[in-house]
Design a protein around this ligand. Structure first.
Ligand code: SF4
Length: 235
């Protein structure tokens, strides 16, 4: 059920999305098809905002995530642009290090994220005035200071996180109330869903992003898509 507090947060999120679309265009939503992104897609579609939607297909996503892309396209009648890693760069990395080098060192794991996510993101953001993310402050220790709007010095555009103040319960209350499509992996204990080899279900009491790169320390568990927040601590 959507209570008064959540109604106010929805209004704030809608205002931020409208600001991104109208004052800082062209605006795009970077969607991983996670629960937060599905809320944002629903809000953008309801308000018919001119915000493009894209996702990064790393080549290692779960089948459930790819199936959700098709369900979302059909449900909202929207385009979702797909960006993929440069094939030659990826082939070179795999040839030199093996397909599962991600487990052997943090540097090789981050290089995989750079090739499969960070470089495609740069292409997706080129020429844009703002981008929208589903980051929330309560997701992990690395996200506690996220602002709702900031200048992204790394990518040279404004960055909006309209759900920064939302809790996990807010997200799921919204999804259930408005019957928003969601990844079935959430029902199996997956909270934050990324690439298949780097994501596991989360145990009761664990941090929401404990299932991402779980073999690393908590402060390393980011992929380089948001370096201003997480690696230098200066959004
Ligand atoms: S999440 Fe894992 S598989 Fe995906 S790009 Fe990063 S290291 Fe590679």
């Amino acid at each position: 059920m959507i209570g008064q507090d959540l109604v106010a947060r929805i209004d704030t999120a809608r205002a931020l999305l409208a600001e991104a679309a109208n004052d800082y265009g062209p605006a795009v939503l970077a969607s991983s098809m996670g629960a937060e992104d599905m809320v944002l897609i629903d809000l953008i579609s309801r308000d018919r905002l001119p915000i493009g939607i894209f996702m990064l297909d790393t080549g290692r996503l779960h089948g459930e995530t790819l199936e959700l892309v098709e369900r979302t396209r059909a449900r909202y009648r929207i385009d979702i642009d797909i960006y993929r890693p440069d094939p030659a760069t990826l082939d070179g990395y795999i040839a030199a290090n093996g397909v599962d080098a991600i487990f052997t060192s943090i540097d090789l794991r981050k290089e995989c994220c750079r090739i499969r996510k960070v470089e495609p993101l740069l292409r997706a953001l080129a020429g844009k005035g703002s981008w929208v993310t589903g980051l929330r402050r309560s997701q992990s220790v690395t996200r506690a200071g996220i602002p709702e709007k900031s200048w992204d010095t790394d990518h040279g555009l404004y960055k909006f996180s309209p759900l920064a103040a939302w809790s996990s319960d807010d997200v799921w209350d919204y999804i259930r109330d408005r019957k928003v499509p969601a990844n079935p992996l959430h029902d199996k204990g997956f909270v934050s869903i990324g690439c298949a080899p780097c994501t596991r279900a989360v145990r009761p009491g664990e941090d929401e992003r404990a299932g991402r790169w779980w073999w690393e320390n908590a402060e390393n568990r980011e992929c380089g898509l948001h370096p201003g927040y997480f690696e230098r601590g200066n959004p």
